[in-house]
Design a protein around this ligand. Structure first.
Ligand SMILES: O=c1ccn([C@H]2C[C@H](O)[C@@H](CO)O2)c(=O)[nH]1
Ligand SMILES: [Zn+2]
Length: 128
């Protein structure tokens, strides 16, 4: 776990954050691969993409599918552990298994959640 967090931390430098200056890096873990991403902002702020979604979309773009995913790691340098935004929780509920781990880390601490724990009763394909 610490090794993957260290590798993910390397991607903080790739975050494009001219507006918030808040860097987030993420890593999607499958049985045998790691897919990294970082947050990418836009002058039209609402178009900014979080680190979590960057990593998930990158993994899917390389053929990864829901059942392949074991965990997503999310790394910041914030003083407190920050949890994923609502948009990312909804995307995680669509693209990751409910019991997949969401591992959050800053410089001092690691906290582990699940997709279900962060977004219980999610709206999904079965809801329609
Ligand atoms: O869990 C989070 C929370 C925020 N951000 C990004 C969005 C924006 O670029 C910046 C400030 O909200 O951090 C993430 O990438 N992940
Ligand atoms: Zn988000």
């Amino acid at each position: 776990m610490e090794k993957i967090i260290e590798q993910t931390r390397e991607y903080l430098k790739n975050a494009y954050v001219p507006y918030s200056n808040f860097r987030v890096a993420a890593c999607v873990q499958t049985k045998d691969q790691l897919y990294f991403g970082a947050n990418i902002e836009n002058a039209s702020y609402g178009l900014s993409n979080c680190g979590e979604r960057s990593a998930l979309f990158y993994a899917y773009s390389h053929g990864v599918r829901k059942e392949d995913i074991q965990a997503i790691y999310v790394v910041t340098t914030a003083d407190v552990i920050t949890t994923p935004c609502g948009a990312c929780r909804q995307v995680m509920a669509e693209l990751m298994p409910r019991d997949a781990k969401v591992i959050l880390a800053n410089d001092d601490e690691i906290q582990t959640y699940t997709v279900e724990g962060l977004l219980p009763h999610a709206f999904d394909a079965e809801s329609m």
